[in-house]
Design a protein around this ligand. Structure first.
Ligand SMILES: Nc1ncnc2c1ncn2[C@@H]1O[C@H](COP(=O)(O)OP(=O)(O)OP(=O)(O)O)[C@@H](O)[C@H]1O
Ligand SMILES: [Mg+2]
Length: 225
């Protein structure tokens, strides 16, 4: 369903060039859950952004079924993302001037009847364990864990084919983390394709495949709980 072929990426930094990804190959089948682990700064977020159409690689291709996503125009790619991709950002990226509920419905705001959307968003927020009293609040007044769960609800509103999650449990306590893991397992059973970057082996271990990113290279990792 998604394949990354010969992906390389480096960044210009003050002291020269920082080579982050070196000739990465990765194939993800429909319905698979893939976890990516690796040290801080190893390029996990960079890889997820490239795989989901958010960041151009320096070289290589990202194909979604038969579509080479970096050969699309910006507008086509953004439509493709809206139709197929849900993304939970490491830093949430909730819009500060919109309520919790509006943040969740925003990805579909212009395309769907508002009443239906609100109903769906409320259901997702309930699933995430977000209390109704928070629905009208602005993101700045939420805790890190609450923001994280709102971000997951937003990523699911369009029922995406692929859910990309960058450290989706990084700010959660044990109970909420287990709740999200259960939810991810349910999504996986229902056939959702998922790519999850995590430091937490107890999250990673539920995947079909675990990869470790080290020194710009991706390798299959042993499953250890
Ligand atoms: N836009 C940028 N310009 C320069 N350097 C960058 C840029 N984005 C990322 N980097 C660098 O690339 C490397 C990989 O960053 P990335 O955010 O992908 O790591 P990560 O594995 O997600 O780390 P973490 O686990 O801490 O989230 C880091 O050294 C980072 O400083
Ligand atoms: Mg990261």
């Amino acid at each position: 369903m998604i394949s990354l072929k010969n992906i390389s990426k480096s960044f210009h930094i003050q002291s020269g060039r920082l080579e982050v990804l070196k000739n990465i190959q990765l194939a993800i089948s429909k319905g698979e859950w893939v976890s990516i682990v690796g040290p801080s700064g190893s390029g996990k977020s960079t890889l997820l952004h490239i795989a989901s159409g958010l960041l151009h690689p320096d070289s290589g291709d990202v194909c979604f079924n038969d579509t080479n996503i970096y050969q699309l125009t910006e507008r086509q790619r953004s439509n493709w993302r809206r139709n197929h991709i849900g993304f939970v950002f490491q830093d949430f990226k909730l819009l500060p001037y919109y309520s919790v509920l509006d943040n969740v419905i925003l990805p579909l705001y212009y395309d769907h009847p508002k009443h239906e959307l609100r109903k769906k968003a409320k259901k997702l927020l309930h699933m995430m364990g977000i209390d109704e009293s928070l629905f009208s609040r602005l993101p700045e007044s939420l805790s890190g864990g609450e923001k994280q769960r709102v971000a997951i609800a937003r990523a699911l509103i369009a029922n995406p084919d692929v859910l990309f999650c960058d450290e989706p449990t990084g700010n959660l306590d044990h109970e909420n983390r287990n709740h999200i893991v259960q939810l991810f397992c349910q999504l996986h059973i229902q056939g959702k394709t998922m790519v999850v970057v995590t430091h937490d082996m107890e999250v990673a271990v539920h995947a079909n495949h675990i990869y470790r990113l080290v020194n710009g290279m991706l390798a299959r990792a042993e499953v250890r709980i």
